[in-house]
Design a protein around this ligand. Structure first.
Ligand code: SAM
Length: 208
């Protein structure tokens, strides 16, 4: 039988700073990734020795910090979020973790930045911003990945709403996630899957 509590008990606790940030986000009602998703991102960064990571949706920097703590010494993360109040809090955690030199925060809407974003050959792009813009993000970021680089996307199960029987009253985000999931899994340049970690994580490797 599946028992998520068993896996939660079995894993080591995150570092005290990650735990503090997790509590801070939860207390302030900030929608951060599930701890299991953070851990998954950390394993991906470690296993790929990912040097060049782009994130869409910083918030308090919880997912950013999971990835930053796994970067190799020369690794860098660019993270985009227009909400300066949130990203000032994120920056304070990056300073306390001693990783602020590796992270560049870009305070603009992702779609306004990505068209002229100069970085290419990215190892990982992590998408966790506006759900109705996911298809647009994907179209822009796939060409920015190195071959065998990966795009990772959060919330593809959308708290069970993606799998529910479609109704005319479904909200825009639910409709967008369902359409995105189909487009993502059939993307001609990606080998893609969705795994039930946290709220559903998509992972696609660039194979063209
Ligand atoms: C789900 S939260 C990100 C959580 C973060 N990845 C974590 O797990 O710690 C989504 C974030 O997307 C940001 N956002 C909203 N509009 C955006 C846009 N146009 N481009 C990039 N980020 C945006 C919001 O300000 C919010 O902080």
């Amino acid at each position: 039988m599946r028992d998520p509590a068993y896996l939660k008990r079995l894993h080591r606790e995150p570092s005290p700073l990650l735990l503090e940030l997790e509590q801070h986000g939860l207390r302030d009602g900030i929608p951060i990734v599930d701890r299991a998703a953070g851990r998954f991102l950390s394993v991906l960064v470690h296993s790929m020795q990912a040097n060049r990571v782009l994130e869409l949706g910083t918030a308090y920097g919880y997912s950013t910090l999971w990835m930053a703590l796994a970067l190799p010494p020369a690794g860098r993360i660019w993270t985009i979020d227009p909400d300066m109040e949130c990203t000032e809090i994120a920056a304070s955690y990056f300073r306390r973790a001693g990783v602020e030199e590796r992270i560049e925060i870009i305070n603009q809407p992702a779609l306004e930045v990505l068209g002229s974003f100069p970085q290419r050959n990215l190892d990982i792009v992590f998408i966790d911003a506006i759900k109705s813009e996911y298809e647009d993000y994907l179209a822009v970021v796939v060409p920015m990945l190195k071959r065998s680089g990966i795009v990772v996307i959060d919330n593809l199960l959308w708290s069970g709403r993606a799998a529910a029987v479609p109704k005319p009253s479904d909200d825009e985000q639910t409709v967008a996630i369902r359409a995105f999931n189909k487009a993502f899994l059939n993307h001609p340049e990606l080998d893609a899957t969705i795994v039930p970690i946290g709220d559903g994580i998509g992972i696609g490797a660039r194979v063209d």
